[in-house]
Design a protein around this ligand. Structure first.
Ligand code: PMP
Length: 361
C-alpha cells in the first residue's frame, strides 16, 4: 500500500490546477479579462431569484426540470435531450469523466479552453493537443486522422474568437468516431450554431452557458444538448443536486427574457466591431471575432509587435486598472492579448490607454 505522502505527492506531480482569470476584489477596475457581459440582469431575473430566497431550507429540483423544459422548448429539442449543470464547466467535466477516463483518448486543439487538459487528467484519461497553424485555422485532417474517444472543440474558438466553417463541423460530426463536444460558450455572439447537428448525429454534444450572453457568470449555470442516450449517461454521473435553487429560477427567467439579451448581444457585437476597426487602424494584427472578445497583437509606435510589446501593453493596462488576458507561455499566443468587450464607455477608456501607451512605446 502507498503511504499518504506518496499518494498526495503523486497527485501534486500529475494534476495541474486550472487557473481562472483574475477576479479583483477592489473597486474601480475595468474588467475585460473573463468575457463577462457588462450589464446587470433585468428585473425579471432578479425578481425570480428573490422569490426563491424564502425557500432555501428546501433542496432544489434535482433534475432542474423547469429549466430543462424551457431550454428544450427554446431550442426545439426533446426534454430528454437537455441537461443542466453548475456552469458549463460542470458539463465539460461530466463529459470528461463519462467518455474520457482511464484508457481513453481525448483530443483538443491548441490554443483553446485550457480547462480540457485539466479535467481529462482528473478523469484519468490522456489528452492530445493538435496545434492550430499561425492563422488559427481548424486542423481538420489532423483531428480526423488522430481519432479519439472524445474531442473537445471550442466554436467560436477561445481565445481567438474565430468560428470554424460549418462544412468542417459537418465533416467532423460525420467522420469523427467518438463523442464530439462543440463548446458553444460564445455562440450567441456569432448568430450561428452547430446545434442542428444533434438532430442527425448521436455523438454530437453542444455545450452552452448562462455566463456569457446571459450575463449570469455569478449564478453558475450551463447546459448541454445531445442525443437522449448521451444525456442519460451524463445524468447518471452528475451530482444529485448540481444546480441550486436560485440558479435554476434565475436561468428560467433569463430564457423567458430573451428580448433583453438579444439587445445586449447586438450592442456588444457593434462595440466589438468598432473596437476592432480602431485597433486595426493602429496597426494591430487582429482576427475577425464571432465572440464577445477580440484577439489581437499590439504594435508599438514604430509598428513592431511581439511578446515583449504585448507584455508591455498588458502591464500598462494593469497599472491603469484595466484587466485583459495575456497568455505568455506559448509562442502561438505570446504576441497577443485577449480583450473582452465591455460597455461603450469602458471600451473608450481602454482605447484611450492603448493610445497613450502607443505614443510612448
Ligand atoms: N467554455 C469556454 C470556451 C469558456 O471560455 C468558458 C468560460 N471560461 C467556459 C466554457 C465555462 O463557462 P461556465 O462554466 O461559466 O459556464
Amino acid at each position: 500500500m502507498k503511504s499518504i505522502e506518496e499518494l498526495i505527492q503523486g497527485h501534486l506531480r500529475t494534476l495541474e490546477a486550472y487557473t481562472p482569470g483574475v477576479q479583483p476584489t477592489g473597486k474601480g477596475w475595468i474588467k475585460l479579462n473573463t468575457n463577462e457581459l457588462p450589464f446587470s440582469p433585468p428585473d425579471s431575473v432578479q425578481q425570480a431569484i428573490q422569490e426563491e430566497l424564502g425557500l432555501l431550507a428546501r433542496y432544489p429540483n434535482p433534475r432542474s426540470e423547469q429549466l430543462r423544459e424551457v431550454l428544450a422548448d427554446f431550442h426545439g429539442f426533446k426534454l430528454n435531450q437537455v441537461i443542466v449543470g453548475n456552469g458549463s464547466d460542470d458539463l465539460l467535466n461530466l463529459l470528461a469523466r463519462s467518455f474520457g477516463g482511464a484508457g481513453r483518448k481525448t483530443l483538443e486543439t491548441f490554443p483553446s479552453y485550457s480547462l480540457y487538459p485539466v479535467i481529462t487528467a482528473i478523469a484519468g484519461g490522456t489528452i492530445h493537443s493538435i496545434e492550430f497553424n499561425e492563422n488559427f485555422e481548424l486542423p481538420i485532417e489532423a483531428l480526423l486522422s488522430a481519432g479519439a474517444d472524445l474531442l473537445f472543440l471550442t466554436c467560436p474558438n477561445a481565445p481567438t474568437g474565430i468560428r470554424f466553417p460549418q462544412s468542417d463541423l459537418n465533416r467532423l460530426a460525420s467522420e469523427h468516431e467518438g463523442i464530439l463536444v462543440i463548446d458553444e460558450a460564445y455562440a450567441e455572439f456569432s448568430g450561428e450554431s452547430a446545434m442542428k447537428l444533434v438532430h442527425q448525429h448521436e455523438n454530437v454534444v453542444i455545450t452552452r452557458t448562462f455566463s456569457k450572453a446571459y450575463g449570469l457568470a455569478g449564478l453558475r449555470v450551463g447546459y448541454a444538448i445531445a442525443s437522449a442516450a448521451v444525456i442519460s449517461v451524463l445524468d447518471r454521473v452528475r451530482d444529485s443536486y448540481n444546480v441550486n435553487r436560485l440558479s435554476q429560477a434565475g436561468a428560467v427567467a433569463a430564457v423567458k427574457s430573451r428580448g433583453f439579451y438579444d439587445a445586449c448581444i447586438l450592442e456588444i457585437c457593434e462595440t466589438r466591431e468598432r473596437v476592432r476597426e480602431t485597433l486595426a487602424e493602429l496597426g494591430w494584427k487582429i482576427y475577425p471575432s464571432k465572440a464577445n472578445f477580440l484577439f489581437g497583437a499590439p504594435v508599438n509606435s514604430s509598428g513592431a509587435g511581439g511578446p515583449e510589446i504585448a507584455s508591455s501593453l498588458f502591464k500598462h493596462l494593469e497599472d491603469h486598472r484595466i484587466l485583459v488576458r495575456y497568455f505568455p507561455k506559448h509562442p502561438l499566443t505570446a504576441s497577443y492579448l485577449r480583450i473582452s468587450i465591455g460597455s461603450n464607455s469602458e471600451m473608450d477608456q481602454f482605447l484611450e490607454e492603448v493610445r497613450t501607451w502607443t505614443r510612448s512605446a
